[in-house]
Design a protein around this ligand. Structure first.
Ligand code: G3I
Length: 301
């Protein structure tokens, strides 16, 4: 196959990208995005600050622009994200306790109702674990409402849209030896044992010199899958875009039957949140060597 999406489809997987609503007017961008990818994650447009700017007042204009572009071009959509310590609207940042807990529940219900039956998978909870060696939860206003906030979010989400896969999404959980990875693993294990509805774990995979790719990523994917969840690579970018590393990540997903697909966090280097790292598969209109490495891995896998 000659595109990333078609090559991934040969093994029943998808290949996706983050899409920014503000770039949909750039035909060089949309030409590449439409040709190469068959899964779309709105980069910012479905986050709480975008979708509920005032309490109880939802705004889906930007989210719908990305959603409609994707679906009109035959792509599926990953929802990102419902409960997160960052990119909360100002009113939510001011809340705490039971009032914040209720606001989180209402937010999940409001957004998921709008997109009911239309989303492949939702990142229900994003980045709830702490960096460093504790393996514990990240401090946040959501965490301070009580340790059960994550399972409340997942139970609410299951009722709101039973058709969507419900995912936990985080970064620096790719290396099996890291405490953060073990913390998330233990949470998912506990959720599966207690029947808390969780279907998938998203591994953001923002690799750089501080958190480099390690070949034990495949072990991590296998161990999570063995708990009975799907796994997905959800925000892939690699500082410097080493073709070897991109191929290794691709092969790690291909080696795990429950790894459903890979999404890169943007189309071209100039679109990246870390554009100085030139971490993506395209530069301007051009395919980079990392693109060829990924396509070749998908075609051989
Ligand atoms: O839209 C405003 C614009 O009106 C304003 O003039 C401008 C001035 O700063 O800011 C614009 O908003 C920015 C937004 O991106 C849209 O470009 C925000 O400041 C900026 O903070 C925001 O950054 C996003 C970041 O999440 C925020 O946390 C990045 O685009 C986005 O790529 C990044 O994505 C996250 C994932 O959601 C979760 N995982 C990590 C990943 C990378 O940080």
């Amino acid at each position: 196959a000659s595109t990333l999406g078609a090559a991934a489809a040969q093994s029943g997987r998808y290949f996706g990208t983050a899409i920014a609503a503000g770039r949909l007017g750039d035909s060089n961008y949309t030409t590449i995005a439409n040709r190469e990818f068959n899964m779309v994650t709105p980069e910012n447009e479905m986050k709480p600050d975008a979708t509920e700017p005032n309490r109880g007042q939802f705004n889906f204009s930007s989210g719908d622009r990305v959603y409609n572009w994707a679906v009109q071009n035959g792509k599926r959509v990953r929802g990102h994200t419902l409960a997160w310590y960052a990119q909360q609207p100002g009113w939510m940042q001011q809340l705490s306790g039971s009032s914040l807990r209720q606001a989180m529940i209402d937010h999940i219900n409001g957004v998921m109702a709008h997109y009911k039956g239309k989303i492949y998978a939702w990142d229900v909870v994003n980045e709830a674990f702490a960096d460093g060696n504790s393996g514990g939860r990240r401090d946040s206003n959501l965490q301070r409402t009580g340790n059960d906030w994550i399972e409340v979010a997942f139970r609410t989400a299951r009722n709101a849209d039973p058709a969507a896969k419900l995912c936990y999404n985080d970064y620096n959980i790719e290396n099996w030896t890291w405490a953060k990875t073990q913390g998330v693993y233990n949470m998912v294990k506990d959720f599966k044992q207690r029947g808390v509805p969780i279907d998938c774990v998203g591994f953001q995979s923002h690799f750089n010199s501080g958190s480099p790719y390690n070949s034990n990523f495949r072990t991590t994917l296998q161990n999570f899958a063995a708990l009975g969840v799907d796994v997905q690579i959800t925000e892939l970018d690699i500082q410097g875009a080493s073709p070897t590393t991109y191929a290794a990540v691709t092969n790690d997903c291909l080696a795990v039957p429950r790894c459903n697909g890979i999404t890169t966090w943007g189309v071209r280097d100039q679109d990246s949140w870390r554009s100085g790292d030139t971490p993506l598969l395209f530069s301007g209109n051009n395919k980079k060597p990392a693109y060829d490495a990924v396509l070749n891995a998908l075609n051989s896998g």
